[in-house]
Design a protein around this ligand. Structure first.
Ligand code: NAP
Length: 309
């Protein structure tokens, strides 16, 4: 069999061991359901080629009930590891033999490494966002007052944990279902216990996704991060009223599917600095590469491959 980047493989291909007979042999994958939309093979295959590694990265459609078996099949199939995406990140954490501190706190694994038949779990979403913010805005998360939309979702939780572990100046967790954000503030409170003051507001707060509450908090915010799924379709309703957005803000939208989302268009019109989630996608992928191969990822090759999409 030859190299075919758009091919979608099944778990049966993995368990039967046939993916090792591809040219180059499949040694890495992304597991998802759906998985067709994933851009990961594009930049990972470019990276593998640039690094001179005789391996390819494939897409495997893994249904939720197949995840444990698919992960357990990796060592036998000769795989170095895998990425997991929607809806498998929590399931991967439950299946791996060991996970690092950040993955455990995030409740999610997106990168699995096969090591002597054991499965090790990591999560590169938060560290990927950290690098993306630094690259896009030349600032560090730890110096920012962050307002995080969608804090109760999978990506939102991972970002919130990263912000907390970085010790960001301030973190406001916003979620449509506010109880999820409240629960998360309880978990993250130990990271914010200090004498550091940022003025008349608390360093860690949970609020509902409501206009008045958002307006009050945006007055004490440097960066708005969207981790909701709103904006994935051009027809989605606005996530924030345009009138809430001001020129002093940075706005990072983890969504990248629609190119420039309505949120980013409105933020730009208000004079804010903006960036979409492609940089987070790139950096979480580069970090996975570094975990698998213990060497720097060919970032510019990966970026060019992603841009060429
Ligand atoms: P998820 O677990 O399903 O979470 C969805 C979040 O969006 C929840 O917080 C949900 O609030 C909120 N939400 C949904 N509809 C809403 C609405 N109409 N108004 C306000 N909030 C709403 O999804 P996920 O896996 O975290 O993914 C979220 C987004 O992150 C996706 O768009 C994905 O593309 C992006 N992402 C990007 C990267 C990257 O590398 N750039 C990586 C990971 C994820 P409730 O809790 O109230 O339901």
């Amino acid at each position: 069999m030859i190299f075919a980047m758009d091919e979608i493989y099944q778990v049966s291909d993995l368990t039967a061991g046939t993916l090792g007979s591809l040219t180059p042999p499949a040694r890495l994958a992304v597991f998802g359901d759906p998985v067709a939309h994933s851009k990961s093979p594009v930049f990972h295959n470019a990276a593998l080629k640039a690094a001179g590694l005789d391996a390819q990265y494939v897409k495997i459609l893994v249904r939720p009930d197949e995840l444990p078996a698919a992960l357990r099949a990796l060592p036998q199939a000769g795989f170095l590891g895998t990425n997991v995406t929607i809806p498998h990140k929590a399931g991967a954490l439950a299946t791996v033999d060991e996970a690092d501190d950040y993955a455990r706190r995030s409740g999610a694994v997106n990168t699995v490494v096969v090591e002597n038949d054991r499965l090790l779990g990591f999560n590169t979403d938060g560290p990927g966002l950290l690098r993306a913010i630094r690259e896009e805005f030349s600032v560090d998360l730890r110096d920012l007052r962050v307002l995080l939309l969608g804090a109760g979702g999978g990506a939102g939780r991972a970002i919130a944990v990263q912000c907390a572990m970085e010790g960001c100046e301030r973190l406001v967790l916003v979620n449509r279902t506010v109880d999820k954000a409240r629960q998360l503030t309880a978990e993250l409170a130990p990271f914010f216990r200090s004498d550091r003051l940022v003025g008349p507001v608390e360093r860690l707060q949970a609020i509902a996704h409501e206009e008045n509450a958002l307006r009050d908090q945006l007055a004490h915010t440097d960066i708005v991060i969207n981790a909701t799924s709103v904006g994935m379709k051009r027809s989605d309703p606005p996530l924030l009223s345009a009138g809430l957005l001001t020129a002093n803000l940075m706005v990072y939208d983890t969504v990248y599917a629609a190119g420039k989302s309505r949120l980013l268009e409105d933020a730009e019109a208000a004079g804010a600095r903006t960036a979409n989630g492609l940089s987070m996608l790139l950096h979480q992928g580069a970090l996975s590469f570094e975990i698998w191969f213990n060497r720097p990822a060919p970032l510019e090759v990966m970026r060019a491959a992603l841009r060429g999409q």
